[in-house]
Design a protein around this ligand. Sequence first.
Ligand SMILES: Cc1cc2nc3c(=O)[nH]c(=O)nc-3n(C[C@H](O)[C@H](O)[C@H](O)COP(=O)(O)OP(=O)(O)OC[C@H]3O[C@@H](n4cnc5c(N)ncnc54)[C@H](O)[C@@H]3O)c2cc1C
Length: 389
Amino acid sequence: MTDYLNTALWTDDEIKFREEVREFCEREIGPIADEIDHGPYPKDILRKIGSAGYMGVLHEESVGGSHKGLSYEIIVAEEISAVNGGLDMARMASTTLYGMPVSKFGTEEQKIKYLKPIVEGEKIGCIGITEPDVGSDTAGMKTQAVKDGDEWVINGEKRFITNGSQADYMVCFAITDPSVNSKKGMSAFIVDTEADGFSIVKDHDLLGMKSARVSWLKMEDVRVGPDKLLGETGDGFKILMDELDSERTAIAGEAIGYGRTPYEVSVKHANEREQFGRPIRMFEGVSFKIANMSMKLEAGRALTLAAARKYDRGEPITREASIAKLYTTEAAIEITNDALQILGGSGYTTEYPVERFLRDARLMTIGGGTAEILRFLIQREVFKQFYPK
Ligand SMILES: Cc1cc2nc3c(=O)[nH]c(=O)nc-3n(C[C@H](O)[C@H](O)[C@H](O)COP(=O)(O)OP(=O)(O)OC[C@H]3O[C@@H](n4cnc5c(N)ncnc54)[C@H](O)[C@@H]3O)c2cc1C
């Protein structure tokens, strides 16, 4: 399988790195990929991913990372997701969703204390944005942090939090000044999940991503010191928007992974399965589906890499990241669905991994910004470009 070796797009080092990650995944994750779908993944596997360096490609050397950039993160995301989607969702929630706000807005002291153990795979992080009454409209956040002397007292609930019940730390967004627009009145804190008043309401029972834990969390008078504030008071919305650009590009990388394995399984099946005296790939109804899958995977990779390259150059990528995530996640649902169709009845059984990838892929037009919200963001960027103020 060399379709990913598009040398026009990837550097030699990126191609070599991909080979290494793929080998690691085949060796360490492949043998347990079906088993951990009954969840949760063993903590030890995150340690192995950390030791191999795949938690740290976005992070600085001072916290144990390799600082290679987002173009490498999308490779890790694709390769692990091509084996088990839930595991990469958990890895990414820890190192990218939790890790990037700490990496970009934390002090050196915060990074050593709260990021290094994440990069090493020793501790687990999560990000708390969504609440029972707040999803797409993040500015409507209800969780509040009230100043009490030097400390902050946090009250609120966070729902659908990946790694929630397993995490050691959460980057938690909360309103610190309800008298102003939440774009100015929101702040971001590092919350220790062992703190008094922090509790797990429950783990959600999910359609897919079953190797990960996704939880409903509650904070009742959770006290955090000034050393746990990220950036300045009121920086929360800025930190959130910044995080979403890297998250969405990395999710696009994952979506390519969910599509790739079902695509490969269905190519093999179409070649081997015979009906009406010939391999089913001889029927256009089957082979044209394969053509569409191949096209969508290539296009998705190009869009995702373009967004990552711009991010690594320090340029704004709201439009590119939204396009990459929207395209690849819708494509992943179409590809996994078509792959299941090509496998016929076998595809509907758990004897093939395709049904697992279809269930996992279905999340991706919801989590990290729904398809509708991404279309809204893309058109907004387009009109900004054509009609600047
Ligand atoms: C498995 C899983 C893992 C998750 N992990 C995390 C996590 O780690 N941390 C975290 O904070 N959150 C997490 N989430 C939450 C996720 O980001 C939200 O589910 C998502 O942002 C959508 O919010 P919502 O579910 O409240 O839907 P809503 O915002 O209520 O939306 C419902 C529907 O209305 C549509 N809609 C809403 N507003 C508009 C609009 N303006 N225009 C058009 N349509 C609109 C939406 O597109 C959607 O179809 C996770 C969710 C899941 C399911």
